[in-house]
Structure formats: C-alpha cells, structure tokens
Write a protein that binds this ligand. Structure first.
Ligand code: ATP
Length: 140
C-alpha cells in the first residue's frame, strides 16, 4: 500500500468537534511524553496528559490546549478524543490566570495529598492554557 502523504486529524471533546482537517504533522502530549505523528505512522493507541497539541498544515502551525482522553493513530488518520480541549484563540487568558492563582494558593495551603494533587492538575491546566494562548500563529 502506498504511504499516505497527509493525515486526517479529528479532535473532539464530549461537547464539540474542534478540528477535522487534512494535516502534515501532529504533536501530542501522550502520558509517556510528547510524540509526533507524520503520514504513514505505525498504528497506536495512547492516553493523553495535560499539555499542548500542535498540528501543521504546510508552513502554518495551530495550537490547542488538551487535557486527558485518548488518541488513536493510524497511518492516514489521527483521532483525538479529549476530555478537555481548547484552540489557542478560544482561551480566556484572564480565566486561566485566575485558575493559576487559585491553584497556587490551594497548593500552598493543602495538607491532604488528594487536595494537593487536584490543585497541581489545575495548575498544570492553567499553565498550559497560558502557554498555548501566547502562541501566535507561527511559521514552522
Ligand atoms: P476554571 O477553574 O477556570 O473553571 P478548570 O480548569 O476547572 O477552569 P476545566 O474543568 O478544565 O476548567 O474545563 C471546564 C470547561 O471550561 C471546558 O469546556 C474547558 O474547555 C473550559 N475552560 C476552562 N478554562 C478555560 C479558559 N481559560 N479558556 C477557555 N475555556 C476554558
């Protein structure tokens, strides 16, 4: 079979479909670390962490913040079922700043491990949202 030249990227959350596009490259935050996908990638299933996802169409890169869920990779298709995902331009920076502040306060006060862990995840989500929001469309 011929090696595909593009990947169809689909990103959905329980609420909405965010992306359905033919792309050249994708990078995702897997639970074992960030990994890249080019057309013709080996099939795999991975779980997603809190992190930045980008995809490239030609010279243009597009960024999303994602948190948890799964990704299925096929040679010509990447399907992301994310628990939470936002495009860079849809991120409310003031809300993420407020979430960051709240999480930092909770981490400094929490005496129970579970509270600390929840605050740590909230902090990670807020930091990733701020990082992704700060990405203007860049040239690869
Ligand atoms: P907050 O404490 O501000 O509510 P959170 O981390 O608890 O943030 P989540 O549970 O991760 O929020 O997400 C709930 C919903 O709100 C999701 O649909 C998510 O996409 C959206 N969301 C959360 N924070 C932002 C943000 N800063 N900008 C845009 N959408 C956001």
């Amino acid at each position: 079979m011929a090696i595909p030249t593009k990947v169809t990227l689909e990103i959905v959350t329980p609420d909405r479909a965010l992306v359905n596009e033919e792309v050249d490259e994708v990078e995702l935050p897997g639970s074992e670390g960030y990994f890249g996908v080019l057309p013709g990638h080996t099939e795999l299933l991975a779980s997603l962490q809190v992190g930045e996802l980008w995809y490239r169409v030609g010279q243009e890169k597009h960024y999303l913040a994602v948190a948890f869920g799964f990704v299925e990779v096929l040679p010509d298709r990447v399907t992301v079922l994310a628990r939470i995902a936002e495009k860079a331009q849809d991120i409310d920076v003031a809300r993420a700043e407020a979430a960051k502040k709240r999480a930092e306060e909770r981490m400094s006060r929490s005496q129970v491990d579970m509270d600390f862990e929840r605050a740590r995840i909230a902090l990670m989500k807020s930091l990733i949202r701020l990082q992704v929001a700060s990405r203007a469309r860049t040239r690869a």
